[in-house]
Write a protein that binds this ligand. Structure first.
Ligand code: DO4
Ligand code: MG
Length: 280
């Protein structure tokens, strides 16, 4: 069961369900469309989304195939008011890459990979988050920019899991490598993050998931990079990351936690305008 967010033809937005056949239906109650995650929460009124979801999807009319809706420019990122946070150096591949890019701070990445406390940083406010098919940003003051394809956990305000999604933690590697204190500039800027297209609902958060992540980058129609990884290679458990995120920190609108990257293009690769990044 998957949820996305779609622009209504008459204006406004509704959450929508994506069926196994990739057909999209609005989520609806007798009172009308479910226009936001906050509205969904009110409708649920303490009930589990899994219990009510099929009925809500039944009430809504079919809009069309996911690909058609995306082509019409009506598919939005699935979040609305949630902040995006991200964990870092959670895979050995990421640790090695950061050590290669940094002359001044290589050892801190080794330390954080081994430490009990994970690296968790603020990634994006909703207005910096792009949806599937929208343009991500490349910093004009950076020469080395990469996508970071990551599994992300969608959490409710009490940090209970709602589902999983895809996050592209787009990053500037030369700014990050120059000085670790520049991390917020390497990570957080206009269009620095892409999320979606959907949230795959999840009843409980397991310690580990075995999900294949694939990333392809195309330039002028040709593949210039392809990489794959499996979330089973994650050093930390998912509940461990969530628990550190929630320490002395509250999320009234819910939150998205991206879990780090394991796919790193070669060091001579940088994103160029018009590159297409596909993450599965
Ligand atoms: O420490 C820098 C960021 C790490 C990161 O974003 C990742 O490992 O995915
Ligand atoms: Mg990352």
């Amino acid at each position: 069961m998957k949820i996305c967010r779609v622009k209504l033809e008459q204006g406004g937005v509704s959450l929508a369900a994506i069926g196994d056949d990739e057909q999209v239906r609005f989520l609806r109650t007798e009172q009308g469309y479910i226009t936001s995650w906050a509205a969904l929460k009110t409708v649920l009124n303490g009930r589990k989304l899994f219990e009510v979801f099929p009925k809500m999807a039944e009430n809504g009319e079919t809009i069309g195939a996911l690909s058609e809706i995306e082509a019409q420019g009506r598919l939005l990122t699935p979040l609305d008011r949630q902040e995006v946070w991200a964990a870092g150096v959670t895979y050995q591949r990421s640790q090695v890459a950061r050590m290669e890019e940094s002359d001044v701070a290589a050892s801190i990445y080794e330390l954080v990979y081994e430490a009990e406390r994970p690296e968790i940083f603020f990634k994006a406010t909703p207005h910096r988050v792009m949806g599937s098919g929208e343009a991500i940003g490349i910093r004009g003051d950076s020469q080395w920019n990469v996508p970071e394809p990551e599994l992300a956990i969608v959490l409710d305000s009490d940090l209970s899991p709602l589902g999983l999604t895809i996050c592209n933690d787009v990053s500037s590697r030369d700014i990050e490598g120059a000085n670790p204190l520049y991390l917020p500039q390497a990570k957080l800027y206009d269009r620095c993050c892409a999320i979606g297209p959907a949230v795959l609902l999840l009843e409980d958060l397991p310690d580990k998931l075995q999900l294949r992540i694939e990333c392809t980058i195309k330039r002028a129609g040709l593949e210039v990079f392809h990489g794959g990884a499996n979330t089973a290679q994650l050093k930390r458990t998912l509940p461990e990351l969530v628990s550190y995120l929630g320490r002395y920190n509250s999320f009234p609108e819910g939150v998205i936690l991206s879990t780090g990257t394991c796919i790193v293009p070669p060091n001579d690769f940088t994103l160029q305008p018009d590159d297409i990044v596909e993450i599965e």
